[in-house]
Design a protein around this ligand. Sequence first.
Ligand code: SAM
Length: 299
Amino acid sequence: MTNDLPNKQLVARSFGQAAAHYDDVAILQRQTADELLDRLSLVTLQPQQILDLGAGTGRNLSLLAKRYPKAQLFALDIATAMVKHARKNHQKQVGFKRWLPNSKPVQFLTGDAEKLPLADNSMDLIYANLALQWCDPRTSFAEIQRVLRPDGLLMFTTLGPDTLHELRQSWAEVDDYPHVNLFYDMHDVGEAMMAANLAEPVLDTDRYTLTYDTAMALMKDLKILGARNVNTTRRRGLTGKQTMNNVAKAYEQFRENGVLPATYEVVYGHAWAGNKQQQQRQEDGSIAIPISKIQRRRS
Ligand SMILES: C[S@@+](CC[C@H](N)C(=O)[O-])C[C@H]1O[C@@H](n2cnc3c(N)ncnc32)[C@H](O)[C@@H]1O
């Protein structure tokens, strides 16, 4: 697992700046969030405490609250501006209902998935939609395992390495710097889950293709989403107009039926809190994950 780890301050700043307009362009994020909720309906679970990890603008809070009306919700994000936005959005959605005697107010927290400001064994369900790709999987899954109660469940999506491969290839034709974040592959994710001692991990991938009229329109959307290039070896400074035009020209090789595709490889995963004492490492230090637990869908 050798991916360049994202610069946390930059992640927090980019998403903070994106808070106001993120929802206007978060099409894929809405689709995967809804799919995750659908998958949750297949699990019998009556969570008392739920963490929306990397909650962003808080769009999924009301859906989780509707699904689990008795649960206490926690919304956590690394970007303080996102947390403020989520709180405002939630208050608007819930309106006066939040003053009803039995309503449990959502707790809004700024924090890092790699160092959760939450007690051990405090959550029954951790829901994380498209947030963990900004983290070191070994550290974040270890934190998730620490915070989950025994029998607690983690449901998440993250991005796989094929994500935005058209944009990565177009940039590679223009210069030698990494311009698109590198994402962990499903096997690395599974290995990190096992290393964290999460139990019965199940993973699969799905591909989504968004289409754009121009490469500039795609790059503009990524900027609005806050999905900036956070590679530590990224090129610093402003990118000239000529360079951007060259990237746009290189992207034209992917045009099909009049539009430009942008591929997203979404990894869906879930796992249960594992035995906190149990050590699953093999004697040689490797970690075993049954092949039967890893599937690839519609790729
Ligand atoms: C693509 S957005 C997804 C937001 C939301 N889950 C949704 O479904 O719309 C990713 C979010 O993860 C947050 N994030 C990134 N790294 C994080 C970290 N290490 N800890 C907590 N949140 C993080 C970002 O600030 C951002 O709000």
